[in-house]
Write a protein that binds this ligand. Structure first.
Ligand code: NAG
Length: 344
């Protein structure tokens, strides 16, 4: 009797898995972008692949203009134009399609999927990516809206503040360009400081889908950083940075200060930690703390899921950012579930 009790106690302990139960299928994405989660889920429910789920899920955000940070009409650059970055990765074949600085095409992740499906390339950029998209049948449209126009005009009226220049004349913290480089400047200004985070100027949808059989796919879509210097590409469309998928292990996706984060390939790093046996939330935390060694208060978050459906997330505490919201839909729950993690 005593032995039985002891055994059942042990079984309870063993069956309790911290960091999210392993349940498949699973869709998880950054922020509270629930309609994207739901759209991806429907694809899986109807027997679609995790790759299709991620594409349709992120495309939903492009249609909804999630927080103004995904799709058309958000984050105008210094010329007032909205440009899009996206990627999609198939964790079975390690096939990737990506586009960056995409202009006048709304469905960026659709174009990324076309790069994956219809070319032997991985990454197309700029005007040429738009030409590719048009040849693949995507509609050519103006991405500017009344709202993005007014964000741009306000910025011009505020002497182009904030912006992404440094060590230039005239002083970029006071005036608009055009700027010239300061020759022989003594130190890089603002190398380690994060501006107070305007959460809506950096968001990105990053999504991981794992189907019933454990096939992993990931994707991202974003319109980048508001008032970016034209041509700027963030972490989102870069494999291993914005997201990474490997069906033998799991997937990860990142959001936040992409200019910094892309230097650390956080999504690749998180998947590698899981490959070494780390549970997903721990893998996410380790990834964040590794970047913090160099940039202690950087703004960013990572979501992680392994191929058995266990998941987690972690974020880096920055001015104005102490908690990170993400969304989960998995077998056994009927609605997208908003989850929160405290930043480290
Ligand atoms: C996924 O993570 C959970 C929780 O840490 C763990 O129990 C499970 O074994 C992991 N799955 C794989 C395939 O590593």
């Amino acid at each position: 009797m005593r032995i039985l009790l002891f055994l059942s106690l042990w079984l309870t302990l063993i069956l309790y898995i911290p960091g999210g139960e392993s349940v498949l299928p699973l869709v998880i994405n950054t922020w509270a972008f629930q309609s994207a989660t739901e759209t991806a889920w429907k694809v899986l429910e109807q027997g679609g692949s995790s790759l299709d789920a991620v594409e349709k899920g992120c495309a939903q955000c492009e249609i909804d203009q999630c927080d103004g940070s995904v799709g058309y009409g958000g984050s105008p650059d210094e010329m007032g134009e909205t440009t899009l970055d996206a990627m999609i990765m198939d964790g079975n074949t390690m096939n990737v399609g990506a586009v960056a600085d995409l202009r006048r095409i709304k469905n960026a992740i659709g174009v990324a999927r076309a790069v994956l499906d219809y070319s032997k390339h991985t990454f197309l950029v700029g005007e040429s990516a738009s030409l590719f998209a048009e040849s693949m049948g995507f509609l050519h449209e103006d991405l500017t809206t009344v709202k993005s126009r007014s964000i741009y005009l306000n910025w011009l009226n505020q002497n182009c503040q904030p912006n992404y220049w440094r060590n230039v004349v005239p002083d970029a913290s006071k005036s608009c360009g055009p700027y010239k480089p300061v020759k022989g400047f003594k130190e890089w200004k603002n190398l380690h400081t994060e501006n107070k985070v305007n959460l809506h100027s950096h968001d990105t949808i990053g999504m991981i889908a794992v189907d019933e059989a454990g096939n992993v796919a990931t994707g991202t879509s974003t319109n980048g950083a508001t008032h970016k210097i034209p041509g700027r590409v963030g972490d989102s469309p870069i494999a291993g940075a914005g997201s990474y998928a490997d069906s033998t292990t799991g997937g990860a996706a990142a959001t936040g200060n992409g200019d910094l984060m892309m230097r650390f390939l956080p999504s690749y790093q998180a998947v590698e930690y899981m490959r070494l046996g780390m549970e997903p939330s721990k893998a996410c935390e380790k990834t964040i703390s590794r970047i913090q060694k160099h940039f202690p208060a950087f703004f960013g978050a990572v979501i992680c899921a392994n191929n058995s459906g266990s998941y987690g997330a972690a974020c880096s505490k920055a001015p104005g950012f102490t908690q990170f919201h993400f969304t989960v839909l998995k077998k056994g729950i009927s609605r997208p579930q908003n989850e929160v993690v405290n930043c480290i």
